[in-house]
Design a protein around this ligand. Structure first.
Ligand code: HEC
Ligand code: HEC
Length: 325
């Protein structure tokens, strides 16, 4: 355990100085993303946020970091139905992608947290996730001379919760993934999508009703809806648990479909292992919960159409950021 901690310690120091001068994301790529006035983007801040994102000291027993559940090569998800926190504890939900989080007006499946800065505190302090607390963590990280110096240089203050939450949020906002074959097609490169993918796009946006909720360009309308996953939502009633408003039972944030090829299993609880299962769900017309969105109705697709729809969904993949990391 100690060796592991020391390794990551060294890694983060090396990584920080390395990242600060090399392979930074192109600032022009996220100029259009909304950046809060009190947390402007800058390269040194993103580099610090990145080092923290991969630092296992953020968990109580030094075993996991943010990337344990948000792995870059899985589009910042973890491939598990429900993520595992410290001591092998099962969390309540499936890990969502962090790509394009910069565009989210609210985060979490309950769509209730307004900023990425605030969100950082949740996994950090949640006993079943990283199980740490800010009071103990910040003095510990302040002893890291690289972090302390970066805090002084960037924010003009000692390393603290303000520095930590802002830096991680800035790193997350740099994770833009908007350069898929679909985007090239929309920008005028008609060869970017195959005939089959174009047919799938037509099905997705015209024959079916998917764009009502998964609207381009983000492939989400940023609302929370009941997509009829269950007849009875059991213990996890989604957004209902925030306001105890019974009209919000079964409401979950509409997730983006970008990079869906890499983010299985699907839904807030990872209950669908594959895209095929997701399409079966919608084709059945949902489970028929009383608050299910009326847009969702049964449909039939031929084998070819189903194939085309899936190939279109896979044309929403842009993992180029992995090379830039
Ligand atoms: C133990 C696994 C785990 C760890 C560690 C973890 N997360 Fe998550 N993360 C999740 C799960 C599960 C959710 C969904 C929670 C929910 O919506 O109720 C989530 C949600 C999020 C979201 C909201 C995304 C959205 O689309 O709404 C952000 C942002 C995020 N995590 C960032 C982080 C950061 C930053 C860290 C490190 C400080 C971190 N996570 C550590 C599992 C984890
Ligand atoms: C009424 C709004 C609505 C419509 C219409 C809709 N969806 Fe969804 N979709 C959702 C919601 C809400 C979720 C998340 C539910 C959850 O987490 O339990 C979701 C989840 C998904 C997911 C899983 C994403 C992930 O990362 O877990 C896929 C894939 C998907 N929808 C595809 C489609 C397709 C294809 C169509 C058209 C046939 C469609 N959706 C129509 C609201 C909608």
């Amino acid at each position: 355990m100690l060796r592991k901690a020391v390794y990551f310690f060294g890694f983060s120091i090396f990584g920080l100085s390395f990242w600060m001068c090399k392979s930074l994301p192109d600032l022009n790529e996220y100029v259009s993303a909304p950046i809060p006035a009190d947390n402007p983007m800058d390269s040194a801040k993103i580099a610090l946020g990145k080092a923290l994102f991969f630092d296992t000291r953020l968990s109580k027993d030094n075993t996991i970091n943010c990337a344990s559940c948000h792995k870059p090569d899985l589009a910042f998800t973890d491939g598990q139905k429900k993520s595992l926190g410290i001591n092998g504890q099962k969390t309540e939900r499936n890990s969502p992608t962090l790509l394009n989080a910069a565009f989210l007006p609210s985060v979490m499946f309950d769509a209730h947290l307004k900023t990425l800065e605030l969100q950082v505190l949740v996994p950090l302090q949640e006993p079943s996730e990283m199980g740490h607390n800010m009071k103990q963590l910040t003095p510990l990280l302040r002893q890291d001379s690289v972090y302390q110096k970066a805090a002084q240089d960037i924010y003009g203050r000692d390393f603290d919760a303000w520095v930590l939450t802002r830096s991680i949020a800035a790193f997350e906002r740099s994770l833009i993934s908007m350069s898929s074959p679909y985007d090239h097609f929309i920008k005028g490169d008609s060869s970017a999508l195959s005939k089959k993918e174009q047919a799938g796009y037509k099905l997705f946006s015209e024959k079916l009703y998917c764009t009502e909720c998964h609207a381009p360009p983000y492939f989400t309308n940023h609302e929370s809806r009941n997509n009829g996953l269950y007849l009875d939502y059991g213990n996890d009633k989604g957004r209902f648990r925030i306001n105890q408003d019974s009209s919000e039972i079964g409401h979950f944030k509409v997730p983006s479909l970008r990079n869906i090829e890499y983010t299985a299993p699907y839904m807030h609880d990872g209950s669908f292992a594959s895209i095929e299962e997701v399409i079966d769900h919608y084709a059945r017309g949902g489970a028929g919960h009383r608050l299910q969105d009326p847009i969702i109705q049964p449909f039939t697709l031929s084998e070819n159409e189903r194939d085309a729809l899936i190939s279109f969904l896979y044309a929403l993949t842009d993992l180029s950021f992995v090379e830039r990391l």
